[in-house]
Design a protein around this ligand. Structure first.
Ligand code: DON
Length: 318
């Protein structure tokens, strides 16, 4: 029986069903793999799965291992895009990155040479996010990273948000592919300045440590077009949130974004530490952690849980 056939309010029904849906999805973990190309990430627990849901009045509930701390990784790219848009405006940003999905994996550099002009296809693949890092305002890499951190703290309403230094170092020490991509972008005229400094900003924002509660609160701001519904504070211009949410639908789950749009139908962004940030626009912010990944780099149990929730609650926007 789905929610549409059930005689109770949506929030209560969700709260009642979620623990059992989560345990069913947890069974998927064994068929996934924890990311190991950044060595430090391989320490995450394979069987973990947690979720945090928050509504516009600040009501919240959690299920599973929602207290687990993890790094944002690619989820941070949505918010650095927003900051770059706020710092530079739309024209400057989309001179350096495109607006189209690639159909390739998140760390592919294939199309940079194949398709002209040689700018990254979109801001959510690694090449695009590295180009975005170079657009963050600030006089030094440290100042740019600090502005990013402060922006993330504001959106999560969490002043204690900070970096996981061991994940930061682990990525910086093992980032040959991202490094080669960044040098290629510099040669193409997409990146200006010192490549290592741009990469340092990128590695820092990927290593910001959060819990599902932080992701849920950040998602809530996007779900309400840039204004936090709990405090009424206006944080991001609406037209930039619209751009970010559209990218989340078309590119947020990488080369699984089409399937995710069909099976779940919500704007979402995943990261290789196993996080997923998603929302029901106008209603809920949702944060999920499940470190076991499917072959395309998305949390295997997290995606399964969202498929169940969207189907049962009839949440698809399409
Ligand atoms: O650049 C990287 O490879 C990581 N810091 C982020 C990649 C990521 O999260 C891809 N997500 N699915």
């Amino acid at each position: 029986m789905t929610f549409a056939h059930h005689n109770s309010n949506e929030w209560d029904y969700l709260k009642q069903q979620l623990p059992q849906w989560l345990e069913q999805s947890r069974e998927q973990c064994g068929s996934g793999k924890v990311a190991s190309y950044i060595p430090e990430l391989s320490k995450a627990p394979l069987e973990a799965l947690g979720i945090h849901v928050i509504d516009s009045k600040g009501n919240l509930f959690t299920a599973g291992n929602s207290e687990l701390a993890f790094t944002m990784q690619s989820i941070s790219k949505v918010f650095t895009l927003l900051l770059a848009l706020m710092d530079n405006g739309k024209d400057v940003v989309f001179d350096k990155v495109g607006m189209e999905p690639t159909g390739d994996s998140f760390n592919s550099m294939l199309k940079l040479e194949l398709v002209q002009p040689g700018i990254p296809f979109n801001p959510l693949i690694n090449a695009g996010a590295i180009a975005i890092s170079s657009l963050i305002a600030g006089g030094s890499p440290a100042e740019k990273s600090e502005r990013v951190l402060q922006f993330f703290r504001k959106l999560s309403f969490n002043d204690t948000l900070t970096y996981d230094q061991s994940v930061y170092r682990s990525e910086a020490d093992s980032a040959d592919l991202n490094r080669s991509m960044a040098y290629f972008l510099k040669d193409n005229g997409v990146l200006k300045g010192n490549v290592e400094e741009v990469l340092d900003v990128y590695f820092h924002h990927c290593s910001i440590q959060v819990t599902c509660a932080d992701l849920g609160r950040m998602a809530l701001v996007l779900a309400f077009d840039g204004t936090d519904p709990i405090t009424g504070i206006h944080l991001i211009p609406r037209q930039y949130v619209q751009i970010a949410k559209t990218f989340m639908v078309t590119c947020g789950m990488y080369n699984a974004s089409g399937e995710f749009a069909i099976e779940v139908g919500l704007p979402a962004k995943s990261g290789v530490a196993g996080g997923i940030l998603t929302m029901v626009p106008g209603k809920y912010g949702i944060g999920i952690i499940g470190p076991a990944l499917n072959p395309k780099g998305n949390s295997i149990a997290g995606v399964h849980l969202l498929e169940t929730m969207s189907r049962e609650m009839d949440w698809s926007l399409f």
